[in-house]
Structure formats: C-alpha cells, structure tokens
Design a protein around this ligand. Structure first.
Ligand code: DC
Length: 223
C-alpha cells in the first residue's frame, strides 16, 4: 500500500492549490476527487438527466465512465474517453456538482476508483470525505478550512481579476449554502475526521500552509 495523505475541507479553503504544491514537494501523486464529481455531473448534464429520478440516474450512471491520467504532472479527467479537464470548471458545473455529489449512487461509482489509486502508490488526495470514508487508514489526515469571510474574499478577488462582476455578499451566501449542503447530506457529509489535524488557513499564506503539511507528512514518513 502507498503512503496516503487525505486533505478534506470546504470549498475555497485553498485545498487544491495547496494539495498540488505539497504533493509536488513530496513527490506524491495528487488526486483531485472534486474533478471526478464534476465530470460525472457534466455527463449527467449533457444527458439532461433529472437526478431526482432514481431510475434515470442509475441508467445514465451505468453509461458514464470516469478515468484519469497525468499530463506533465497535472491530473486530467476523461468522460467516456473525452478529456473534459477544462469543461468541468464552469460556474454551471460548479453549481450543480454539490447536488449530484449528494447522491449515494454517484458517490458509490467513485469510491473504488479512488481507493484503487491510493492502494497503488503514494497519493495526496483531496476532497470532502477522504479521511472519513474513502481512506480511513490514511497515514496523515488534514482538515483544511478558513472562515467564510476569508474564503469569500479570496473568491471575489479571483473573479475581479478575471474581469467578472460579482458581489462579495452573494459569494459569501453561496459559500455558506454550499457548506451547508456538503456538511448536511446523508451520504459521506463533509466533516473533520477524529484523527485529522485541523489547519485554519484564514491568516496563513499558501506557502505557510504548504510548508505545514509537508512538515507533518515528513514527520510521519520517518516515524
Ligand atoms: O473541490 P471541488 O470544488 O472541485 O468539488 C466540487 C463539488 O464536489 C463540491 O460541491 C463538493 C463535491 N465533492 C464531494 O462531495 N466529495 C469529494 N470527495 C470531492 C468533492
């Protein structure tokens, strides 16, 4: 079995940026599980599936295949063989993924793939339920969070830099709603595993958080 690092936490805490950097420093494979949920969501959107219709959902899921590989060290996701790594980053896919990811049938489809990836090699996997449900025996678990205000400000800055108009209050409200949905769903809700190290990035730079995770990983690798 590989050495497994699980990083969970709410949207906007800086998980993917930090996870990517820490994985690189440690020479671990970075697995972005959010991208897999986004890919299934895109597949369901393209088929026009009403996800509340269980039969239609299950029928469509049987036809959706998610695979990943790496190009220049960056994870690529494929929907039935098509590279959709760019297409899954739209606002529409982001907004719909939370509801799709709450469906147990959707989660069940990705569990084996995620465990299989972690079994083969040293991985740093980020998501919402990695330390609690997918890799309960991970050697290091991090729960990375930040205040709603901080996360909203970061997102606001990103959108302004992209030239998009937005309101800080709206963004904060969206973040709160998404947190609520992710934390209160029945299947694998977002929560801190008992043995996870809590890292609050509100007053930390990306470099500081990355260094903290790398330090924790090196301590455990040596133990
Ligand atoms: O991390 P992200 O923003 O790419 O995640 C997209 C959505 O997928 C988000 O609503 C939470 C959900 N998700 C999940 O339920 N479980 C995971 N392991 C990863 C993401």
């Amino acid at each position: 079995m590989g050495f497994n690092i699980a990083i969970d936490g709410p949207a906007g805490a800086g998980k993917s940026t930090i996870a990517k950097r820490a994985a690189k420093e440690l020479s671990f494979i970075y697995v972005d599980t959010g991208a897999m949920y986004r890919t299934i969501t895109l597949g369901l959107m393209r088929r026009g599936v009403d996800i509340e219709d269980v039969q239609a959902l299950e029928r469509s899921l049987a036809d959706i295949e998610v695979t990943i590989d790496y190009r220049d060290g960056a994870q690529q996701v494929y929907l039935n063989g098509e590279n959709v790594s760019g297409l899954i980053r739209t606002e529409e896919v982001s907004a719909r993924t939370s509801a799709c990811a709450a469906k147990p049938q959707v989660r069940a489809k990705l569990t084996d793939l995620q465990r299989e990836l972690a079994g083969r090699q040293n991985v740093l996997m980020d998501g919402r339920d990695i330390g609690t449900a997918i890799l309960p025996d991970a050697q290091l678990k991090i729960y990375l969070t930040a205040s709603v205000q901080t996360r909203a400000q970061r997102r606001y800055k990103e959108l302004v830099e992209r030239g998009e108009s937005c309101s800080l209050e709206e963004i904060a409200k969206d973040i709160e709603e998404r947190d609520y949905r992710d934390m209160h769903r029945e299947t694998a809700p977002l929560m801190q595993a008992e043995d996870a190290v809590l890292v609050d990035s509100s007053d930390m730079t990306i470099e500081e958080v990355t260094a903290r995770i790398v330090e924790l990983a090196r301590e455990r690798l040596q133990a």
